[in-house]
Write a protein that binds this ligand. Structure first.
Ligand SMILES: *Cc1c(COP(=O)(O)O)cnc(C)c1O
Length: 380
């Protein structure tokens, strides 16, 4: 351990990305990459050509990027207004980050760092809230979820808010729909969130909004302590570009603008996100197919009596093997994941189950075929 490094960092390991490529050759696609909920579709070639032209003719690599993101924010605001009836969103309601990950970190810095607050999360959920909080020295309070519906344990959450946390809970992170369990916020959860003190920041992560078509943006007017987060990494097919945004009251936005890095987005990412927003009809036209593939994959997986498969409001499916011995479930999940990978399908073992991204028709057919082989061999 380095003597000048915070001791609490010893417990973390660096994020392990899935097998990638170097910059000059395409990835040899030996696997169906169904572990990170990316879109299975690259940008259409005509958009890539436009971007290549932009890179050649417009972007000056010796100049800093547009650090204010004004044009991109205006385009995002226009898109957000199409997806919600009210309030009217403008650029002053938007902050743009290097992926949602950066926005999560900015929200944590703005609300909790330096002993100002703890955060509350309901597991299983997106792990980055807890990980980023801990790297900033922020205390993470966790509660569970209902084992059938994955609704947040609201009694436990209320108790956590009322108990004397030190420091007090300042921010609550929820995902709508949740990852890895794919359920949208229920009416109960919504009324609970609405009942929370306006002194607490509520972060609603809508990373999968385009698949669920269910947004809480319309509530922002009446709840200035809420912030809705979205990303270009999923439905917009731009995981490589690292662009996320959040929508909130202008006063909160101006705080986020203060704490972020001045040139947080490379020029090429800004140009790509802008082009994606301008061509949203073209890019989002694969969503209906993903949703019909989700139905097919879900029905297919439900044929396997050894699996319990949940409904999904996102572009992935969550499942658990049905076994009575809960001690063994993690070992079983690890073997399932390894065996699927040996046959060419990469899935994510997380939150006590498996999360499988909806891929192309071909990939989803592989998923079903390989799952069958693996389950037959296992005699689960
Ligand atoms: C994938 C995902 C994101 C996206 O993160 P980026 O940093 O924008 O790529 C955010 N939140 C959740 C819950 C996700 O699953």
């Amino acid at each position: 351990m380095l003597p000048y490094i915070r001791q609490d960092l010893a417990q973390f390991s660096a994020y392990k990305p899935h097998p990638g490529s170097n910059s000059f050759e395409p990835v040899a696609t030996v696997f169906d990459r169904l572990d990170t909920n990316e879109s299975p579709y690259d940008l259409p070639v005509e958009l890539k050509q436009k971007l290549a032209w932009t890179y050649e003719q417009v972007i000056e690599t010796n100049r800093y990027p547009d650090g204010g993101h004004e044009e991109l924010k205006r385009a995002i605001a226009e898109y957000v207004n199409e997806t919600a009836t009210a309030p009217f969103i403008t650029a002053s309601n938007i902050s743009v980050g290097n992926g949602s990950d950066e926005l999560i970190r900015s929200l944590l810095i703005a609300s909790c760092v330096g002993g100002n607050g703890s955060i509350l999360v309901a597991n299983p959920t997106f792990s980055m809230y807890g990980i980023l909080a801990q790297t900033l020295g922020i205390n993470v309070v966790t509660v569970g979820r209902n084992k059938e519906t994955f609704e947040i344990d609201l009694d436990a959450a209320t108790a956590a808010l009322q108990s004397q946390q030190n420091p007090p809970i300042r921010a609550i992170f929820v995902v709508h729909p949740n990852s890895p369990t794919a359920n949208a916020l229920s009416e109960n959860e919504l009324s609970w969130i609405k009942s929370i003190s306006p002194n607490i920041l509520i972060v609603i992560d809508e990373a999968y909004f385009e698949f669920s078509q269910n947004t809480l943006v319309s509530e922002l007017d009446s709840h200035p302590n809420w912030v809705v987060m979205r990303t270009f990494s999923k439905a917009f097919r731009l995981a490589a570009m690292r662009v996320g945004y959040c929508i909130a009251h202008p006063e909160l936005i101006s705080v986020l603008e203060k704490v972020r890095l001045p040139y947080n987005l490379p020029s090429f990412s800004i140009a790509t996100a802008l082009l994606a927003i301008q061509n949203r009809d073209l890019l989002l036209n694969t969503i209906p197919e993903t949703i019909s593939e989700r139905k097919k994959l879900q029905a297919g997986l439900r044929q396997f009596t050894q699996l319990k498969v949940w409904d999904s409001a996102a572009n992935f499916i969550y499942l658990q093997p049905k076994i009575s011995n809960t001690v063994k479930i993690d070992d079983l999940l690890t073997s399932l994941t390894e065996q699927l990978l040996l046959r060419g399908t990469l899935v994510r073992q997380t939150g006590g189950g498996l999360r499988i991204t909806i891929g192309t028709q071909k990939e989803n057919a592989h998923t079903l075929m390989r799952m069958k082989t693996v389950l037959d061999e296992f005699e689960v």
